[in-house]
Design a protein around this ligand. Sequence first.
Ligand code: UD1
Length: 439
Amino acid sequence: MSLYIKTREVAAMETLRIVGGRELRGSIATPGAKNSCLKLLAMSIMASGKCVISNVPRVTDVETMCQLLEALGARVSFTGRTEVTVDPTTIASAAPPDPLVRKMRASVQVLGPLLARFGEVKMPYPGGCAIGSRPIDLHLRGLSAMGAQVSEEHGYIMVRASRLVGTDIHLDFPSVGATENLMAAACLASGTTIIRNAAREPEIVDEQNFLTRLGADIRGAGTDTIKIVGVSELGSTNYSVMPDRIQAGTYMIAAAATRGDVTITGVVPEHLDALAAKLAETGVAVIYTEDCVRVAMGDRPGPIAVKSMPYPGFPTDLQAPIAAYLTVSRGTSTITENIFSNRFRYVDELARMGAHIGVDGRTAIIRGVNELTGARVVAPDLRAGAALIIAGLMARGETTLDGMEHVYRGYDDIQGKLAACGAEVEIVTDSASAAVAEQ
Ligand code: UD1
């Protein structure tokens, strides 16, 4: 596999310098969705031939998943900038290596596919963004219900099942990752699996479409009940990843925050409805034309209340970006985080820029200020990094953002896209350290 993105170590040497106060104007194309692409790559483990996946985003989490597949024995190759071919027929191991699993929470998504194909998986608990406790009990309980034996040995999860057996599973919470893992595993189980209280995120529909192209028998993705009739084998396919609603949403918020006028192309408008409704409530003009959304704003936002919810509610991944935007609202806004327990780690960083935010349990109370001022800040996680970039674009003066390695996990050339719309942004590299990291 050719490395096509800078390594995490090199990214860690980079700082984003932003001179705020420039209105964003122009258009930004939406890349493929990281959160779907990662799962399609993992699900390709179950294919009996090559999977050619296109519209792949150039983000480091995708790179990590490709490395993980290679470590298992798959052949992974890139064609051009955005197409990946996975040949899973050479996979020889069902034990993903520790360092890769710990790097990224989504590595848990190989669990269901590996179990379905090999009948046995050994892996450590996954890592990922530090946004609160993220157990995988729902994944494991679902697999147990399908007949798997789950045990923990010396910090590793061991899961075994000679063949999974279809059953009825009721999720306590509509977990995206658990729905995806169980949906994948059920494809090769004997009999019928029904997942109730399933997550309804658009990425799950994308994955159903991908698995169906591979020969799986699945219905209901996008609703809270998914029915999977097991088949004995899956084939091979070509598939294009759906657009990234979180990247698109981040640029919509950035456009509004800079009081600019930006058209985001290549979106699925209904995926952005919850965000569009909230932006409109603050006074933004949101105009859809086919697969484009234009966002125009000329003023400080009006205050609003935002509550993150499972889809079709307001996405937790846009909670930090919209909070940054609301720091200058004309009044007091509230943000309630209902999905993750620790997703306000950006608050102290925004405070360095002059924001007034108090956190009470799951709610952040944002008292709008006239303006933010540039400062040196650090991205504590992926979406918080995006929020701090938005804050930097709004602020008076210069902001420098460290922790860009988090941002590159999920954003595809963010500085290039913002610069093309008139932002004054540049990547500053500590070249001596970067040279060492490259070796
Ligand atoms: C996915 C997304 C992430 C997004 C989240 C919610 C990817 C790679 N990541 O994460 O960007 O923010 O959906 O839309 O697609 N939970 C349990 N037990 C479990 C599983 C989850 O308690 O077994 C809890 C989690 O701790 C969390 C909540 O359920 O509080 C939601 O998690 P989940 O929907 O599973 O999110 P992820 O799939 O990890």
